[in-house]
Each structure stands twice: as C-alpha cells, then as structure tokens.
Design a protein. Structure first.
Length: 491
C-alpha cells in the first residue's frame, strides 16, 4: 500500500487510507472484498477500498447513533474547536490532499488546490456558526406564559456524495452537521473515495471522537443507500448527485419520513446581453463552462447570446477556448483534465453528434483529444437550439453550445424552459435589467457578471428538479437542526 502513496509523491503517506472508518476503527469489508480505484488520466491503479454493503452500513449507523449523545452534548465551542483544528490540518496538508484529489478525479492540480481551500472553508465558517445556533424568546400571547425556541441537532445523518468534487461536496455537508451536533455516515462515490478517507484520517487527528464520522465504501451504492433510507436510527439524508438517484432516495425515504437535502443536477443558462462587456463574458464562460472539464453541476450548459453580438462573442470565445491546455492534471500547466470515465466520454460524443445532426455548426473541437483515453478537445458549437439533447440535459463535458436570442423576454422563456433550476448566469451593464432577470430566472443561484458563484458563506442549492435544501451560509446550519418550541405556563 505504501508504494501507491510513494507513486503519488505524498509527503504524508498516512493520508492514503485504504480502509473504511467505522466507530473510530479503520476496517475491511465483512467478506474481505475490495474495489479498485484508478486514475482517470492514465488508468493507473491508485489503490483499493473495502467492498462494503448493507451490514457494514448498519454498523456505521449504530456507531454514529452511539456517539450522538456525547457529541451533541458538547458545548458549541468544544465542537467548533475540533472543526477549527480540522480546518487547520486540511490547509497544512493541502498539497497532499490536492495531489490525491487530482489522482483520483483528474482535475488540474491548481483546481484541486482550490477545492481543498474551498472545502476547508466550510469547516472554518461552520465552526464560527456553531456558536450562533441560537433559539429565541417570543413575545407571549398570554400573561402567564413564556414562549421560546431551541435549535437541536437532527441526529444521525447519512451523506452520499459524487465524484466531481470529492472533497468539497463532503466538507460542505460534514461541517454544518458536526457544528450542529449531528453524527454522520458518509458514502463517497466509488471512483473518488480517497479524498473522503483522507478527511476521515485528518478528522481523527483533529480529535473528532470515534463514531462521530463514519465512512463506508463499496460498489453497491443502492444497497448502502437502501440501508440508510430504511434504518430508523438515521434521521436525515443529505445527497449530492444525479436527479434520478435523488428521486429514488426520496421515494425510499418516504416510509420513515426522513429529513432530506437533495443537491441534484442542473442545466444552467448563461446569457450574454448586447450591452455586456464581451471580454468579461468570455472569461465568465471559460470559468463556468470549462472548470473541472465541464463536470460541475453549476457549469454553464446553454450559452444564450443576443443576436447583435453573437458573431463577435463567438469569435472571442473560440480564441479563448483554443488556448486551453489539455493534459494530465498532475503534470505541467494543465487547464483541462480527462473526463471521469468512458461513459462520460460517450455522453459528450453523443451530445455533439446529435447537435451536429440537428443543424449545429462546429467552431472548434468536436472530437476526442490526441492524448487518447477519456480526453476530449474543448469544443464550441454554433447555432444550437432547444431540440438538441444538449439543451435538455447536462452535457457534463467541455462543450460550449451557443444559442441565439433577440429580446429579454425571449431569452427568459428559453432559459426557464427546463425542469432544472440550480444556477443561472447573465452578463449585462444595465442595472434595471440585472434586477428583472435575477428575479425572473427560475433557479436557486444567480451569477451576474461572474462565472464563479460558489462560496461557503452563501447558500448553495437548487429548485425544481435540481432539488432542495441549502448548503453554506447561515441557512446551511439550519438544515441540520430541528426547531423546537417550548411553552412555559403557570407563571
Ligand atoms: P450519481 O450517479 O447520482 O452518484 C452520486 C452518488 O450517489 C455516488 O456516491 C453514487 O455512488 C451514489 N449512488 C448511485 N446510485 C445510488 C443509489 N441507488 N442509492 C444510493 N446512492 C447511489 O451522480 P453522478 O452522475 O456520479 O454525479 C454527477 C451528478 O451530480 C450530476 O448530475 C451533477 O449535476 C450532480 N451534482 C450536483 C451538485 C449540487 O450541489 N447540486 C454538486 C455536484 C454534482 P457510486 O459512485 O458508487 O455509483
């Protein structure tokens, strides 16, 4: 196992954990099976993790349940101190964590370093928020009564996270849950478990007590999910991933009426009005569309450009896309890594083929990259329209389709013509339009004159088929609390 860590050039080989974490113990699967984890840039074997399923998940829930009273009973400051220590450890080991992340996920090292800072930021923010989990005293309706509210932790929380942000998607769930006094059972995506396991290792070093954070791995996600949704000791499930799996988990959670946070897929519109700073808008598309090789839930998926600036914008965008450097994220100055797997590559190819068959024009890219594997050339398509597959679902790859529009009303109608509602972006220099369009877009997050909107201090989440619940900001803590009303009589 040491040889894998050496191959990655980690300073601290102990961060490559190849066991699951249950009740403070690093363990194997009951039947001893293991799953391989490979680097998407070159298919090299990075290591293995235990092949666990329902029985181990049940034990992890039991461990979290046993640890809950003592963790919830600590003072807010005691919990905050542990979170602050974990934040500091993450930054201390940022380079190792980033290398692990790039090796298992493929994103360029610079993006991975940014993800570690972002993920750690949630621990710092919610350490601060832990101390503000206040209830209130309410003006009473009766002279002989006093009314108040308490915020209490929900209990044991299950967390299921995707492969595209293996550290941050867990950090932004763990931090508010632990701050609130909840204990957790996490199931990271099987393609990228090492970032989560490294967080588990650092959490132990930071003094998180046994059983407060449990991490199970295994390829049978449905079995692990079914145990989580069916187990009455687990009171809430927080899921980030596809809309289809989110709906399944919601249906499974109905019999036990579990609390849910669902951060699901998007289909973000990115609108360039004719009064926009076109160079800034191009930079915004590069940041939003091409981050993580187009594999983020808030990636611009449909780029709407007003007719009078369409040609000028397209020319500038193609020039910028031509500069993007494709390669192995661990090497050189890569800006575009590989796609996560062959299925992702096939979806990108299918979307491009469908668009071209339906009248789109290729401005640049449109094919696999010479590096082979799952590398795809950054692509711009012109004359996209609503009939194309790429207008209806996330492409999740480095393909920027440009749609044309004429009026503000026209583009609002086009932008909202999707069941999804996570992020939306637009570029304009008109103040009144900024308000109108922000209010009219049907989504949970709006970026005006920026392609980068994620931060731990603001609420992140969607509407419609993009789910519900908010992560980050002061609302992020409330999602892990119950609000209890206490009525004191007989005064
Ligand atoms: P996915 O297939 O839904 O997988 C997400 C997680 O769910 C993984 O851990 C997966 O495990 C697990 N899973 C799969 N089937 C399950 C089941 N039946 N029961 C319980 N868990 C199950 O999603 P993905 O395609 O890998 O991830 C990309 C999606 O996530 C995109 O749609 C993206 O937009 C969305 N996303 C949303 C946000 C947000 O904040 N809204 C953020 C990031 C990503 P395995 O890996 O073992 O299959």
């Amino acid at each position: 196992m040491g040889s894998h860590a050496e191959g990655l050039g980690l300073n601290d080989a102990g961060l490559l954990r190849q066991h699951a974490l249950i009740g403070g113990q690093w363990c194997d699967a009951d039947a001893g099976g293991r799953c391989e984890v490979r680097n998407p840039a070159n298919a090299a074997l990075l290591g293995t993790v235990p092949e666990m399923a329902a029985a181990e998940t049940r034990r992890a829930i039991d461990a979290a349940h046993a640890a809950f009273p003592a963790w919830a009973g600590k003072t807010a400051d005691a919990r905050a101190q542990v979170l602050r220590d974990l934040h500091a450890l993450m930054l201390e080991h940022q380079e190792d964590l980033a290398r692990l992340l790039t090796a298992e996920q493929g994103k360029p090292l610079a993006e991975a370093r940014g993800e570690i800072t972002y993920s750690a930021g949630y621990l710092q923010w919610f350490a601060e928020q832990a101390r503000r989990m206040d209830g209130e005293v309410i003006q009473s309706h009766a002279a002989d009564k006093r009314l108040l509210t308490l915020r209490q932790p929900v209990g044991v929380v299950g967390m299921i996270t995707p492969w595209n942000f293996p550290s941050a998607m867990l950090g932004r769930k763990l931090a508010p849950a632990l701050a609130a006094g909840c204990t957790v059972v996490c199931k990271p995506a099987l393609q990228t478990p090492f970032s989560a396991l490294a967080l588990g290792e650092l959490a132990q070093r930071a003094g998180v007590p046994p059983g407060v954070i449990n991490i199970v791995t295994g390829h049978d996600a449905a079995a692990i999910g079914a145990e989580m949704t069916g187990n009455p000791k687990l009171r809430k499930l927080s899921f980030t991933g596809s809309t289809a799996v989110g709906k399944t988990l919601m249906a499974q959670s109905a019999p036990d009426l579990k609390r849910l946070s669902l951060e699901l897929g998007g289909n973000a519109p990115f609108i360039v009005f004719d009064d926009a700073d076109l160079d800034a808008a191009v930079a915004g598309v590069i940041a939003s569309k091409f981050r993580n090789t187009g594999q983020t839930c808030v990636c611009a998926n449909r780029i709407f450009v007003q007719a009078s600036v369409y040609a000028a914008f397209a020319e500038k965008l193609v020039a910028a896309v031509r500069q993007l450097r494709v390669g192995d994220g661990l090497q050189g100055e890569t800006e575009q890594g590989p796609l996560i797997d062959a299925k992702a590559l096939a979806k990108v190819e299918a979307h491009v083929a469908d668009a071209l068959a339906n009248g789109a024009r290729l401005a640049i890219g449109g094919q696999r990259h010479a590096l082979g594997g799952t590398f795809y050339t950054p692509t711009v398509l012109l004359d996209a329209d609503a009939r194309m597959q790429l207008a209806q679902e996330e492409t999740f790859g480095p393909v920027a389709p440009l749609f044309c529009f004429t009026t503000e009303a026209d583009v609002i109608a086009q932008a909202n013509a999707t069941p999804f509602g996570l992020a939306g972006y637009f570029y304009t220099r008109d103040l009144a339009r900024s308000w109108r369009v922000s209010e009219a877009l049907q989504c949970g997050i709006v970026g005006i004159n920026t392609g980068l909107i994620s931060t731990e201090v603001a609420p992140f989440g969607g509407i419609k088929h993009s789910g519900f619940g908010r992560e980050g900001g002061k609302d992020g803590l409330h999602d892990y609390t119950e609000l209890k009303y206490v009525c004191v009589g007989g005064l």
